[in-house]
Each structure stands twice: as structure tokens, then as C-alpha cells.
Design a protein around this ligand. Structure first.
Ligand SMILES: NC(=O)c1ccc[n+]([C@@H]2O[C@H](COP(=O)([O-])OP(=O)(O)OC[C@H]3O[C@@H](n4cnc5c(N)ncnc54)[C@H](OP(=O)(O)O)[C@@H]3O)[C@@H](O)[C@H]2O)c1
Ligand SMILES: [Zn+2]
Length: 354
């Protein structure tokens, strides 16, 4: 390789997009068991916003965010896990030891290596630099082939697609069930709609406008519920003959908690992987046991979840929900777009070869 420097978006003080600086920095040294990846696309996700704004206040500065990225292998040792230079790969951001009780059972999402288990996922982009740069050196065991899939589309999978897969597995959806998706136009929501449909459920998607309703119907939802026009629990009861939803997927937290619980059928499950609007909620134990509800937590995913969504997208069973694609140089604009309500799907960065 002739170049010794690369471009990277970094910040040295917590804040918003205004803190991000495009800098020329040294190309990372490839560590033992690692491959050097030329990054071609990256997601701009709520977790990255949290990284920049200071939710993970232990991270070292300067820091390159970016938990979701795909690219092409630039350098790798020979005969490593069937991979070679020039191959297109997704980077699984989940850091896992491969040896603990959970990893041995294929449940890397619960890897005991994470000493901050209750506060943060152990992922590339929080622990160490992420993908908002031209090149990254990452453990070979975190790579998954993506074949000839388009880079930006494949890049919707290593955080949002795989997270939705894991959450929908944890919720144990059944063929004849009714699923309600809160935040359905979000990156996670658009995948949840598709996966719940694939698992045979009737799906209602909660959106913020009629235009957004058209978008979720196009991604396979049976019903779009405009949260600005109707009372969600009443609407769900109407759609289910008075019963309620068997599963409510709600990655939004405080703002939607009460509505989600009120929308649940007897024996229904509330399933969460996020707290976009806040992390506290008041739980009525009386309602919980009287209605025989279950509350299901889920975070990140395991390798099998990422492998499954790569396979499903490769076979055309799920589609990439992309709202907008920004060139690498316009990262601050992409971050601003992430903050806007009314998006349909994900904000992506395209990183060309410089
Ligand atoms: N634990 C994990 O491993 C993991 C992985 C991925 C994501 N997450 C978390 O999951 C959450 C969702 O992520 P995402 O990428 O899907 O986010 P996103 O793309 O920003 O989508 C957010 C969705 O929520 C809706 N929304 C926002 N505020 C709302 C409110 N007050 N009431 C009702 N709907 C509201 C938005 O609709 P409008 O645009 O119409 O407002 C949009 O549909 C985030 O907190 C993220 O950090 C967790
Ligand atoms: Zn482990």
C-alpha cells in the first residue's frame, strides 16, 4: 500500500455534528488476528449520535464513531477463515470473546466480556474507533462475506437488520399472531415490519404521517397506524377483534411505554431493544400479572442473526430501508438528517475509494 494517511471523521469533545472534524490520520496498524478493511459504506445511527453526545463518557479522545460498516478486505493473513484480499465483507460490530458460557452457545449478544453490560453494548465504534473513516483494522472473526450485494444496502444489516433479527427471535413470534411495531419508519422498525411478516404475523406499523404510512405498507405492513390521528390501543383492538397485539415491538422507551402496554393482548409480549425517548417507565405489577404479559429485553445480536439477515437480503426476502445516502465528506449533514422526524428508513454514508 502506497498511502500512509487516510481520512477520518473524529471528535475530541462531546456534542453534536459541529464537533466532528474531517482529519488526515495514520492508517491503522493491522493487529494479530485482524484484517485491514477499506470501508465503502457506513450507517449513521442513533447509537453513533449517543457516542458523539457523551452517553458513553468513558471513551478515549479523539474518537472515530461508526458502529455499522462494510467494505473490502485490503490485507489479511493467508488461510484465515476462508477469506481473502478483495472480498466484500460486513463488519460485525459486536465484540465477543468466543470462549465464555454464552459465546460457546452461539449467543455472542450476551458475551460476558462486557464489563458494562447494564450500560452499553460492547461494540466497535464505542469500544475503540468505528467506521467513519477510510480504513479500519478489525478482528477476522468479526467479518462476514456479503458477496455481490450493493455496499450501501448490505450496510443496513450489521446494526439495524441484525438487531431486528435478534429482537424478533427473542419475541418468539408465531404464525397466527398480531405484531405492532412502534417507530416503524426507523431503521430497526422497517426491518421488524419485514421480519414479522416473513414469520407469518399480521403486522401493524405505527407512523407519524400518511406519507410514512405508504412507505411501511410498501415494506409489507398490513396496516399503517398514524399516531397523530388515532388512539393506538383502540385502533389495535379494532384490528384484532377486541383482543390487542400479541407482540409490541417498541425500541422507543418512555414516550411510548404506556401506549404499548395498553395495546397488548392478554398473554402479550412487550419487546424492546432501545430507549430512544428515555429509559424510565412505570410498571404496574398488577397489570403485568393480571394480563399475563411478558417483558422481553434484547440487545445487539449474535453472529447467527447477522448471517441470517445477510442470507435473507441476498435471496431478496428483505429489502434495505434507505432514507438517504450522503457522500463521506458530508457526514455532518447526514447526522442532521438523523435528527429529523419524518424519515423513512436509514441514513447512510457512501465512502468511495480515494
Ligand atoms: N440495543 C441495540 O442493540 C440497538 C440496536 C439498534 C438500535 N437500537 C435503538 O433502537 C432505537 C431505534 O433505532 P432506529 O435506528 O430505528 O431509530 P430511528 O431510525 O431514528 O427511528 C426512530 C423511529 O421512532 C419514531 N419516533 C421518534 N420519536 C417518537 C415518539 N416520541 N413517539 C412515537 N414515535 C417516535 C420515528 O418516527 P418519526 O420520524 O415519525 O418521528 C422513527 O420511526 C434507538 O434508541 C436505537 O439506539 C438499539
Ligand atoms: Zn463471550
Amino acid at each position: 500500500m502506497s498511502r500512509v494517511k487516510m481520512k477520518a471523521w473524529r471528535f475530541s469533545e462531546f456534542g453534536g455534528p459541529e464537533r466532528m472534524k474531517l482529519e488526515e490520520i495514520a492508517i491503522p496498524q493491522r493487529g494479530n488476528g485482524e484484517a485491514l478493511i477499506r470501508i465503502r459504506a457506513a450507517g449513521v445511527n442513533p447509537v453513533d449520535r449517543s457516542t458523539v453526545s457523551g452517553r458513553f463518557d468513558w471513551i478515549g479522545m479523539p474518537h472515530v464513531p461508526g458502529a455499522e460498516f462494510v467494505g473490502v478486505i485490503e490485507e489479511i493473513d493467508e488461510n484465515r477463515e476462508g477469506l481473502k484480499s478483495g472480498e466484500a465483507v460486513a463488519v460485525n460490530p459486536k465484540i465477543f470473546c468466543g470462549k465464555c458460557y454464552y459465546c460457546m452457545r452461539g449467543e455472542e449478544s450476551a458475551c460476558l466480556e462486557n464489563r458494562r453490560m447494564e450500560r452499553a453494548p460492547l461494540i466497535i465504534g464505542i469500544e475503540g474507533d468505528g467506521g467513519w473513516r477510510e480504513l479500519a483494522s478489525v478482528p477476522v472473526k468479526n467479518l462476514m462475506k456479503i458477496g455481490s450485494m450493493a455496499m450501501v444496502e448490505a450496510c443496513t444489516l450489521p446494526v439495524d437488520g441484525a438487531t431486528a433479527m435478534h429482537l424478533s427471535e427473542r419475541a418468539e413470534l408465531k404464525l397466527d399472531e398480531f405484531a405492532l411495531v412502534m417507530g416503524a419508519t426507523g431503521g430497526v422498525g422497517m426491518f421488524l415490519v419485514q421480519l414479522a411478516r416473513l414469520r407469518g404475523c399480521e403486522v401493524a406499523a405505527v407512523v407519524g404521517s400518511d406519507d410514512a404510512g405508504s412507505a411501511v405498507l410498501e415494506f409489507g405492513a398490513d396496516h399503517a397506524i398514524n399516531r397523530t390521528k388515532v388512539d393506538i390501543p383502540s385502533e389495535v383492538k379494532k384490528l384484532t377483534g377486541g383482543r390487542g397485539a400479541d407482540v409490541v415491538f417498541d425500541p422507543l422507551g418512555s414516550a411510548t411505554w404506556k401506549t404499548s402496554i395498553a395495546s397488548l393482548a392478554p398473554m402479550g409480549r412487550y419487546a424492546t431493544c432501545g430507549i430512544l425517548t428515555g429509559g424510565t417507565a412505570e410498571l404496574s405489577l398488577l397489570t403485568l400479572y393480571s394480563m399475563q404479559h411478558k417483558i422481553i429485553g434484547s440487545t445487539t445480536f449474535s453472529r447467527k442473526d447477522l448471517a441470517a439477515v445477510i442470507e435473507l437480503m441476498g435471496r431478496g426476502k428483505i429489502r434495505a430501508p434507505v432514507d438517504s445516502v450522503y457522500p463521506f465528506e458530508r457526514l455532518p449533514d447526514a447526522m442532521k438528517r438523523l435528527d429529523e422526524h419524518g424519515r423513512s428508513g436509514k441514513v447512510m454514508l457512501s465512502i468511495s475509494n480515494h
